[in-house]
Design a protein around this ligand. Structure first.
Ligand SMILES: [Zn+2]
Length: 314
């Protein structure tokens, strides 16, 4: 496989996703209403990636399905795989094991047909402890990136960051590792600014200045809602734009799905159709989006629809 930077130059790259909610629907992940309440430290390991060691066959199968759907990048399931977050879920001692297993599974399936990206997300330390925890967050991210590099990922996808300040630290860790990184913020509750108050355009500029090879947004919004903020980013930077939207419907009043009343136990009632991902694929090229995939609520059927849309656009 060519390196990711080269693929981005040649056209729109089709990614995959999302893993955790799909694996929950298949019965292998518990992230429902019994989930950990942010700040309490109680509850099950919310959205942590221990499935990589507990039910590796389920994860391997989902990777296979994404590859079959046309994904040229498989994301190792290392989301929320920093030591402190895993510790709160009871898996801290297995941080190395989980990160390594997740990368190995993705690489086994990818072979020479897809690249493997290590997924690195926010630590949740800023939400829990405030901005004073920035250095601690950065240390945890640096450790995870070292593990992912040792395990042999081709590049990193820094995703689902709420604070631009934490993303900036993560990009610096990525630069120190020498691995290329795609960087995507998640905007909630509105698409006009991230949690520490920066517009999508400002986020795009800072991410590009800190070395991201593509910048954009992931999770929280369905494609239609996410498109305006992506356009704002595209107008602000020359770097390719990356988008991994969710497959759940949001509203003008609440522009993120994780604050909809349907989250998390009634998500099926706000699921959008795969056709909306096909439409998104058709638009992606015209909108100047260089990397497309999915996030929560998306599955291989949606990625296949997205692939169809991309093909139709050509
Ligand atoms: Zn998501």
């Amino acid at each position: 496989m060519k390196p990711i930077a080269q693929l981005l130059k040649e056209g729109t790259v089709l990614g995959d996703g999302g893993y955790l909610i799909e694996l929950e629907r298949r019965g292998y992940v518990d992230s429902g209403s019994g989930r950990e309440k942010v700040g309490t430290g109680k509850g099950s390991g919310q959205f942590t990636p221990e499935v990589a060691i507990e039910n590796p066959d389920a994860l391997r199968e989902l990777h296979r399905e994404f590859l079959h759907a046309g994904s040229r990048v498989l994301q190792a399931l290392t989301f929320f795989g920093t030591r402190e977050k895993l510790d709160r879920a009871g898996y801290g001692a297995q941080t190395e094991k989980i990160n390594h297993a997740a990368v190995r599974l993705a690489k086994d399936v990818a072979g020479d047909k897809a690249l493997v990206a290590g997924s690195v997300s926010r630590t949740q330390l800023l939400e829990r402890e405030g901005m004073g925890a920035l250095d601690k967050a950065r240390d945890h991210i640096a450790e995870q990136i070292r593990l992912l590099k040792d395990a042999g990922v081709d590049f990193l996808i820094l995703e689902t960051f709420f604070h631009l300040a934490e993303m900036k630290g993560a990009l610096q860790c990525a630069a120190e590792s020498g691995l290329p990184a795609i960087a995507t913020m998640s905007f909630r509750p509105l698409i006009t600014q991230c949690t520490d108050g920066h517009t999508p355009a400002e986020c795009a500029k800072v991410m590009a200045e800190n070395g991201a090879i593509a910048v954009g947004a992931n999770c929280e919004q369905e494609p239609k809602r996410m498109l305006p903020l992506l356009s704002e980013m595209r107008a602000a930077v020359n770097a390719p734009i990356a988008a991994q939207p969710a497959a759940f419907r949001t509203t003008d009043g609440c522009q993120c799905f994780t604050r909809q009343p349907a989250f998390p136990d009634d998500l099926e009632t706000i699921q959008i159709s795969r056709r909306e991902f096909e439409e998104f694929g058709k638009l992606a090229k015209a909108e100047g989006i260089g990397y497309v995939g999915g996030c929560c609520g998306c599955n291989p059927a949606y990625i296949r629809a997205l692939a169809r849309g991309l093909a139709d656009a050509k």
